[in-house]
Design a protein around this ligand. Structure first.
Ligand SMILES: [Ca+2]
Ligand SMILES: [Ca+2]
Length: 228
């Protein structure tokens, strides 16, 4: 089952939760003394570089916590409720993150994992509360390669090639390597695109409803690298 309206709208009371980004899509400047809440090992296998954000209509949620809300590991809240530690992209919004010195490499099987905040509606694994995005990767931040996303789905709650439908599991986020089999989230394999490595990931919301602001569209929690 797909739902256009975001449950987070209820939690934000239908009003903007954050101060927003500037005209260039940049996050607000961090107040002095404010540090990211997470202590990441070096190098972190999660996104650490803020590259670009073009919020779509209905965005707003999470923007008061940029950029660290999308850095570091995911903050799973179980299969039955959404993580609130996310950034909503808005309808057709776009976000690009990087990984610094960490290069995503094509190893056996999946190479990166996208963590949105889907959950199983009433515990039914055929009914994820899915909000989909297309995933693109790039080695230089200029030339992009898109995974083919089946946004219609298979009718059993799976949307192959898309991000935003497989819940995050409770797992040790610093166990190396990151294992999509235990972490949950949506896994992607560079080999499907014929690529050996990538440095940037772009997410493009597919089905967000501008009327469901400030939580419209895909809600990013984290991006993790499996092979690097
Ligand atoms: Ca691979
Ligand atoms: Ca969501």
């Amino acid at each position: 089952m797909r739902r256009v309206l975001s449950i987070l709208t209820l939690l934000c009371g239908g009003v903007a939760c954050g101060p927003g980004v500037d005209d260039n899509g940049q996050p607000p400047e961090m107040p002095s003394g404010l540090r990211p809440r997470r202590t990441d090992p070096t190098p972190s296998p999660y996104a650490t570089v803020w590259k670009d954000f073009r919020p779509g209509p209905g965005a707003g949620y999470g923007q008061d916590q940029l950029p660290e809300v999308v850095f570091g590991p995911p903050a799973p809240s179980g299969d039955a409720a959404p993580s609130l530690d996310v950034l909503s992209l808005g309808a057709q919004g776009e976000l690009v993150l990087g990984f610094g010195e960490v290069v995503i490499k094509d190893g056996p099987g999946p190479d990166l994992v996208i963590f949105e905040n889907p959950f199983w509606v009433k515990g039914d694994r055929t009914q994820p509360y899915a909000e989909l995005a297309e995933v693109q990767v790039s080695a230089d931040g200029e030339q992009w390669h898109a995974f083919t996303c089946d946004r219609v789905g298979d009718g059993r709650g799976q949307f192959p090639g898309c991000a935003g439908w497989r819940p995050t599991s409770g797992f040790d986020p610093w166990a190396a390597p990151l294992d999509p089999g235990t972490s949950g989230g949506d896994a992607f394999d560079l080999a499907e695109l014929g690529l050996e490595e990538a440095r940037y990931v772009k997410l493009i919301d597919l089905d967000g409803d501008p009327e469901s602001g400030p939580t419209a569209g895909f809600d990013l929690d984290a991006i993790g690298v499996v092979h690097h």
